[in-house]
Design a protein around this ligand. Sequence first.
Ligand SMILES: NC(=O)c1ccc[n+]([C@@H]2O[C@H](COP(=O)([O-])OP(=O)(O)OC[C@H]3O[C@@H](n4cnc5c(N)ncnc54)[C@H](OP(=O)(O)O)[C@@H]3O)[C@@H](O)[C@H]2O)c1
Length: 225
Amino acid sequence: MPEPVAAAPGVAGHTVLIAGATSPAGVAVAAALAGAGARVLAVGSNPEHLRRVLQVAPDASVYVCDLADFAQVTALAAAVHAEHGPIDGLVHLVGGWRGGGGLDGQTDEDWAFLHKRVIGTLRNTTRAFNADLLASLNGRLAIVSSVSVDAPTPGGANYASAKAAAETWTRAVGHGFAKAGDTAAAVIFAVRALDGLEPRLAAEVVALWDSPAPELNRTRRILTP
Ligand SMILES: NC(=O)c1ccc[n+]([C@@H]2O[C@H](COP(=O)([O-])OP(=O)(O)OC[C@H]3O[C@@H](n4cnc5c(N)ncnc54)[C@H](OP(=O)(O)O)[C@@H]3O)[C@@H](O)[C@H]2O)c1
């Protein structure tokens, strides 16, 4: 079991779980965290895709889990605790886009997909690991939202609404962090598109451990190219 990490700046020595780690953004975040000395736990639903993480972070531990299924996430948390102890950071990257076609195009099928991926996996992972983040001396939660929340369109109504829900959920988690003693922070990054921004996002995630939690908690940071 790892020793507790002192409340000093820097991500080195902290255990960080990336939920949805196999996209270009996830791989960039995993590489940056590992390069900065963090213990990286990478989670995806596809075992083949997780190889991408091991190519850039060979010491990472990888877990296959359907993060939309709370029973599987509970089992994941038990496995993580048994193998690594509690985590210090949760970086939630499970996304996906559905939309277009104006308001008539906002189908129930697309809403179900977005609800499951964008908000369902966030609810599941934060509930399963909230106690860890509260107990850590430097707990951090990060999500990546969209600037479309600020200027939603009919064709993106399903997507922007799901992202708005994810932001609200994250601020609620952050409220719990603040009430519990301000050692943890929940941060929302917002982007228009991630393509090309992956290194910037990765650096911002690593830097979450360079500032005190009260400065970060419940902030929303727009990342632009
Ligand atoms: N891409 C953009 O331009 C953009 C724009 C605005 C906001 N964002 C947000 O930024 C974040 C990262 O974006 P992204 O495009 O990198 O995300 P993504 O590709 O949609 O999802 C990231 C990873 O999540 C994993 N995943 C999907 N469903 C899962 C499940 N049920 N259980 C476990 N893992 C699952 C996938 O890996 P596996 O195949 O291995 O399961 C995927 O590689 C998301 O929150 C997204 O909404 C992205």
